[in-house]
Design a protein. Sequence first.
Length: 429
Amino acid sequence: MAEILCITDNKDFLEVLTDRLEDFGIPVFGSTDHVIEGRPVNDILVIDYQVFLSAPKRIDFLGPVFVFSNKPSIKQAVECIRVGAREYFDISQDISELVSAVRDEMSLSTKEKISSYNIDEIVGTSYAISSLREQLTQVYDNRQPVLIYGEIGTGKSLAAKTIHANGEQFQEPFFSIDCSSASQDLLEAELFGGEARNQPGLLQINDGRTVYLKEISALDESAQALLRNYLKQENGHLAPRIIAGSSNALEPLVESTNFDSTLFLRLNENCISIASLREREDDPMLLACYLLKKSQRRLQKTGLKLSEDARTAIRQYEWPGNVNELENALDRATILTKSNSLIHPQQLAIGSYSNTKKDFSDSGQEVNESLESYFLSFVLDNQDSMTETQLAGKLGISRKSLWERRQRLNIPRTKTRKRGPRIERNIME
């Protein structure tokens, strides 16, 4: 059985979670050092929100990431979901909901857990996307290095995960390292071992893993030479597979001797290019509808639709941030729009409807006002049909935080309705 990885500074919480899950025969691997070592892809990562948002994540999990907080807020929840959390849990009073979600997830098979990386989940009907699907299929099982080109936000990481999840070694770990944000000395130690690490480097363990190197153009000369020499070796079928991503063309860097020509030729044997969103014909609208459904599920809204003006704005906008920018715009619109309503260009805040190119998750007065507006509308819309506990749970905050916000925003509490019996789902059904 797979282990649960729990990363937190809170030793008391770790002990309680371990006890609760081990009662059901689910082992927990706990860590308080913020370093996540490779585990099988069907592991579940349970992680404190502060660690999740602040610590550099060296490893991407194909399985779910559950984030928890004992001081929850809507802004916190939205940011965690935006950067990749499957779910966000308020543990300020109880961890039962988190435990139940972990138990449910553990009942799924590995193939079910990585189904979101199926080739059919890549949305679009353009020639560029049809070609991308074909290219990805061709490199699933050969274990050779792959180079993925594409502008920032086009989905290079998704393509890398899709390759790994559909290959023969899909049950093995998937590591992701951003070459542009790490110290080069530390990066070399992470990949190849050395005095800076008291354990083998990521490329020194032959277990079928995949190592995805984001922005490989940022590697310095020394790291390029080490990677070139590694790829020259006969490392065996279970040797780590290298997938490299770059938002910059490498050919000019080779010509200017800033990138190793031999390394480039080796990586370029399997080269995949991902088109920008503006080059993908009608795909932006298809993607917008798909991402809006995802946003509604994550943010617990229903019945949202794009107005004709919003559709026109999406078609006409050039999307310099590509799919990432589109997803951020729809998340923002979902937060600012009541259920069963139309989304207008103003909620998307793109093009002429926005004075800034920053996404809604940036800190500042606009975000705070947006989230307070969402809180106000959600409480007023639902307080007659939900208990305070249910309201707080849906908002991802504690009852105390709900009460404090009511006082600050002058939202009087209505008479509490009678509660029905509490029903707990049986995972064995």
